[in-house]
Design a protein around this ligand. Structure first.
Ligand code: ADQ
Length: 468
């Protein structure tokens, strides 16, 4: 079996003491790496100032070598904060209004990808399989090909892929698309993203759809497909069951005694629709006054990317809005919105999901959204809660038992909350079983296997044979 090389912007290196349980994606990729042996390479998260970063820092854990590099301050500014998070992230989330183009940032993005390729290439053996993750590293395959590598290289995009009309507003859309054509397999979260990708090739006249998922573009034949990512369903359900004994979960249960809890869990990001969600909760309370003092909404939101101005601004807006609603509707013995700005261990998180009568997941646009899947997996099969889910999350295409909402429609979301809280136990069980069955049969380890199976099987454009 060939070795596996995973490359992603950040790398979940296990801590010395075993640390907090890692997320499902890390667990699945680590399992594949352990089985095949391999390397996980990425940015250390550290800056080397203005000096060229030194050699890769290598750590061996079982069959896996973690290979990390620092980046210079300029690299971090241009590649990470600049192009990746202020151009590609907003564009892929349909936010043309937030994209900030700058030649320097674009050049920095391509430069850092070249740098990654130069650091990675000496470690690669001819029959290694390479799997690149996410929007930070789209041009990596092209750089590796430039250096003569003929390995099988796959790419998975964790975020949405926008329609051509949106993509072409990005000045370097042609280079980005050329970059994708250097992979052997390009994976998207949903069919809808895949259609957007195929639609661009057709519209710009730069590629042919050969059928069977194969495309021809920029002189290469490659495969593109939808690979909806899953979670570690069975393990997460077990965490949730065991979390009943956890002190933090018990304290939370006592603190909501006699009330229903609604839970929202998101990184603080404008794509997650947190502002609109708070508005919907407020609307729900004002249109259904009987629920006042009977429902508590817990929003758990660790800060992210706070050095990017849009995120800093959002942080302020969400805090202000939660404060305003609490001031206007709360009473001396009831705080309608509990807003927590921190990260929580996966065990506790699973226990909190299980306490909540409603999981409220309303991104304005999301590649998949794992919180929706985690909420379902964490439910008590005898008394499951209700998932209220944005139709604009990739997960909405799979989780048919959810109450689907349009997050821009504040009143519609408020009505879904009322419907969810009043739903009969029988309907809750029916909806939940349908979703749980799907999540158990489409978990993250299957996702990983499916992608690698297809990557190995795709006919190679570079004359290299298939190998498993
Ligand atoms: P994200 O945008 O980060 O991921 P999501 O899929 O919801 O979004 O994953 C977030 C993860 O972080 C979940 O596993 C969740 O449990 C965890 N998390 C969130 N808040 C937390 C908190 N306060 N404490 C602890 N953990 C917390 C990107 C894409 C998504 C895609 C994933 C995976 O934007 O669309 O689903 O990658 O492909």
């Amino acid at each position: 079996m060939s070795r596996l090389i995973v490359v992603s912007n950040r790398v979940p290196v296990p801590s010395k003491d075993g640390g907090a349980a890692a997320g499902g994606l890390a667990v699945a990729l680590q399992a594949a790496l352990q089985e095949r042996g391999g390397i996980w390479m990425g940015w250390s998260g550290e800056s080397s100032g203005e000096r060229e970063p030194g050699a890769l820092s290598l750590q061996q854990k079982g069959n896996i070598t973690y290979a990390l590099t620092d980046l210079t301050d300029t690299d971090v500014e241009e590649y990470y904060r600049g192009f990746a998070n202020r151009v590609l992230w907003p564009i892929c989330h349909y936010r043309l209004d937030l994209a900030e183009y700058g030649r320097k940032e674009m050049a920095g993005y391509f430069r850092v990808n070249r740098f990654f390729a130069h650091r990675l290439a000496p470690m690669i053996e001819p029959d290694d399989i390479i799997w690149v993750h996410d929007y930070h590293l789209i041009p990596l395959a092209a750089e590796l090909r430039q250096m003569g590598l003929k390995n099988r290289i796959g790419f998975f995009l964790h975020i949405p892929w926008p329609p051509a009309d949106i993509l072409v507003t990005m000045p370097v859309h042609e280079e980005i698309m050329r970059g994708l054509s250097h992979y052997d397999l390009v994976g998207f979260q949903t069919d809808y993203d895949l259609q957007n990708f195929a639609g661009y090739l057709r519209r710009e006249g730069i590629g042919d759809d050969l059928g069977n998922g194969l495309f021809d573009s920029h002189g290469r034949t490659f495969k593109a497909g939808a690979y909806p990512i899953g979670i570690e369903t069975a393990a997460f359900a077990e965490f949730a069951e065991r979390a009943a004994d956890n002190v933090m979960v018990q304290k939370t249960r006592r603190s909501i005694e006699g009330r229903d809890m609604i839970i929202g869990v998101d990184r603080l990001d404008y794509s997650k629709g947190i502002i609109q969600r708070l508005e919907a909760f407020e609307r729900f309370l004002t249109s259904n006054p009987a629920y006042q003092n009977k429902v508590t909404y817990l929003q758990v939101t660790p800060k992210s990317r706070s050095e990017v101005p849009e995120y800093e601004h959002m942080q302020k807006m969400v805090a202000e809005q939660a404060g305003r609603v609490n001031g206007a509707i709360g009473t001396v013995d009831w705080v309608p919105i509990r807003y927590v700005n921190r990260s929580i261990s996966r065990n506790v998180l699973a226990g909190l999901y299980r306490l909540a009568t409603i999981g409220l997941v309303t991104p304005l646009r999301d590649g998949m959204n794992l919180v929706a899947k985690e909420y379902v997996a964490a439910q008590d099969p005898d008394r499951p809660g209700v998932l209220v889910l944005s139709r604009f999350a990739g997960a909405a295409r799979e989780l048919k038992g959810a109450l689907l909402v349009n997050p821009y429609d504040v009143e519609g979301t408020a009505n879904a909350l009322a419907r969810g809280l009043a739903m009969s136990l029988e309907e809750r069980r029916d909806r939940w079983s349908m979703m749980m069955e799907h999540l158990l049969s489409h978990d993250v380890s299957l996702w990983c296997k499916d992608f690698l199976r297809d990557l190995v099987a795709v006919p190679s454009s570079d004359g290299s044979g298939a190998h498993g």
